[in-house]
Design a protein around this ligand. Sequence first.
Ligand SMILES: Nc1ncnc2c1ncn2[C@@H]1O[C@H](COP(=O)(O)OP(=O)(O)OP(=O)(O)O)[C@@H](O)[C@H]1O
Ligand SMILES: [Mg+2]
Length: 323
Amino acid sequence: MSPLLAAKDIRKNFIIKDDRTPAQTLRAVDGVSLDIAPGEVVGVVGESGCGKSTLGKALLRMHEPDGGTILWKGEDMTAMSASEMKALRKDMQMIFQDPFSSLNPRKKIRDIISQPLRVNKAGDSDEITRRTEAVMREVGINPAYGRRYPHQFSGGQRQRIGIARALALEPDFIVCDEAVSALDVSIQAQILNLLLDLRDKHGFANLFISHDLSVVEFIAERILVMYLGRIVERASKTDLMAKPLHPYTKALLAAFPVADPSRRSMKKQIVVGDVPSPLNPPTGCHFHPRCPLATDRCRETYPPLVEVAPGREVACWEVSGYN
Ligand SMILES: Nc1ncnc2c1ncn2[C@@H]1O[C@H](COP(=O)(O)OP(=O)(O)OP(=O)(O)O)[C@@H](O)[C@H]1O
Ligand SMILES: [Mg+2]
């Protein structure tokens, strides 16, 4: 199946300036390639600051990439004009962590949810009301509550409202950026199940970003692990959880409670230290200062992302077998 979205070598830099130091380049996303098939759920995991949100926004051109190409249904999205992009935007939506800050507190929720339909002139007012109420029902919000304001809802309900707004125009692709991170664990499962049900029904593809591997494991079919702006490992969820290859992935896995007893005996490897600043990344493999396997080569040269088995890639000199 040809990919819905195919990104190649995406780069996004931020120029950091303050009064005392000269301008510096922060490589937030540093050469990331990925494909997403129609209807596929791809998870992106990694610690804070590793570039997950920047990647998600760059893929939608909410952040203009500094390099690389993005093919959307085979067409080069990076070359599209603002008006071409505008027409495309309704097919791609983003859902954020904190629905409270992304929902206008002074608007009734039915106006929030119907806004994309109105902006895109998706029908006359009866049609817009019909579609708004239908999408509210789909996410489990009673249309009778349409005149209420966001603060009158719980966190989980507000995220349902955010999902309804994203879903209103029937997009082909939704980026969820920490969409359940602010919610209680029991509510997280409800929202993740809702997203999976909606995906089954509507067939949208989903890039699901989270710092929490257990959340990504729940929802995604394939997982990308990011560290300081780059993909360090990519695999199906099953392969990644059963046999993580990159020392960073192993550390992430060791850091969360495991329900499956067969994995409990796995030697614990807790990541030591914090993520280094992307303004001044370590030489060679960016992970080497925290890595139990690091050698001189790791300190000197960044390892390529190598396919080690069908659908499995890893960027590590010590485990990829690449020389
Ligand atoms: N608008 C910006 N201007 C300057 N630097 C930025 C900007 N946005 C992000 N960064 C920097 O880029 C790097 C990657 O940030 P990003 O928000 O993409 O990480 P993340 O993986 O989403 O982290 P988190 O889990 O905390 O959301 C960080 O060092 C961050 O400080
Ligand atoms: Mg983020």
